[in-house]
Ligand binder design. Structure first.
Ligand SMILES: [Zn+2]
Ligand SMILES: [Zn+2]
Length: 366
């Protein structure tokens, strides 16, 4: 009998997750099949379930960052570093695929995240096209997908604990240009924010203030390197005074917004010092709008405001390298609050939606 693989499918927004069997794919030249070890569940999956991202070709198999073992290959495959990829290797892969390197966005603007050909595993590939998401026993690596080995000295659990949040955080910290001794406020310490705190700390930041409404998350942020925490249960004006008190009344050098709440963008502009930098990376999907006062919050303050949406291979590559070298210094592995078999993907998603876990994993149940 032909082999089949079980996968969790999001049929459409706001309907329950379904389990479906998929036939074993016929491998094209240059492709591979991964036996999934872990795939993560993050806030983006919740937003996909609520239909908050345009252009998603439901039904989809969610799961954009995953780790797996190479089960089959067709032809000679290598990583972008030139290392051969063989059956049995433990790898992860960049979820973004098929950027064309021919269009205006790829070649002139240097913004391949806007390339019209861009596809993302677990987000913009349809389940009708096969095993192209991680909440599945197997993931089809189309020709040209950029795989990277999980090095022997890096546990897959540490890497996937950081997962997409770590990659996004690395991109955001790049854009923020955090310098030694600078003060940083991180608004929202979910999976992205926790990694931002850790990377700010590893970058030699001075004061690192975490702001969130969930006490457990604030406590965890201290483990990741936050030097102070401010609760959202404190009124906004008072939060501003608390952050000012930590920075000689000036405001912080850098604010990284990782909450996905539109109000946090306005608050970021209040918390930042004159001439400081604000990076907004929490709004990967549409969470609505907010009123900004351009004179007081941007123009007069000489604020540098940057958006950060999606990541490129360089961020992914450096995230693996960083996790290999310093993954043991921060509690990435402990960010995972629950592991679920594919058959309980709906519970994993619900746990993230209800903020019971910072991060959940889909693990493969054979
Ligand atoms: Zn994610
Ligand atoms: Zn392009």
């Amino acid at each position: 009998m032909a082999k089949t693989y079980l996968a969790a499918v999001m049929p459409a927004p706001n309907v329950p997750i379904e389990l479906r069997e998929f036939p074993e794919p016929a491998l094209e030249p240059g492709s591979a099949l991964l036996a999934t070890m872990y795939s993560e569940v993050c806030g983006t999956d919740v937003h996909l379930h609520h239909g908050k991202l345009a252009g998603v070709p439901y039904p989809i198999i969610p799961g954009h960052v995953s780790v797996g073992t190479v089960a089959q290959t067709r032809g000679r495959l290598t990583t972008p570093d030139g290392d051969p990829i063989k059956e049995g290797d433990v790898v992860t892969f960049l979820d973004v695929h098929e950027t064309c390197n021919h269009c205006y966005h790829c070649l002139v603007a240097n913004q391949p995240n806007r390339c019209p050909s861009r596809k993302v595993y677990g987000i913009t590939y349809s389940a009708n096209d096969g095993l192209l998401g991680g909440w599945s026993q197997a993931i089809y690596m189309k020709p040209g997908v950029k795989m990277i080995h999980i090095p022997k000295e890096l546990s897959p659990e540490t890497f996937i604990g950081g997962g997409c949040g770590l990659v996004t955080a690395l991109h955001a910290v790049d854009l923020a240009h955090i310098r030694l001794g600078e003060s940083v406020a991180v608004l929202g310490v979910g999976p992205v924010g926790q990694s931002v705190v850790a990377l700010a700390s590893l970058s030699g930041a001075g004061e690192i203030v975490a702001v969130d409404g969930v006490r457990d998350r604030l406590d965890f942020a201290k483990r990741m390197g936050a030097t102070s925490v401010v609760s959202l249960s404190t009124p906004r004006k008072e939060r501003l005074s608390q952050v000012h008190a930590l920075t000689r009344g000036c405001g912080v050098d850098v604010v990284i917004e990782a909450s996905g709440n539109p109000d946090a963008v306005s608050e970021a502009l209040d918390l930042v010092r004159d001439g400081g930098r604000v990076v907004v990376c929490g709004h990967y999907t549409d969470s609505g709008s907010v009123e900004i006062h351009p004179h007081w919050q941007i123009n007069r303050k000489h604020v540098e405001l940057r958006g950060c949406w999606g990541s490129r291979f360089e961020h992914f590559h450096r995230a693996v390298e960083l996790a290999r070298r310093v993954g043991h210094l921060k509690a990435w592995e402990q960010l995972v609050g629950g592991s679920f078999p594919i058959s309980r993907s709906d519970e994993a998603l619900e746990g993230i939606a209800q903020r019971r876990h910072v991060k959940a994993l889909i693990t493969i149940d054979g």
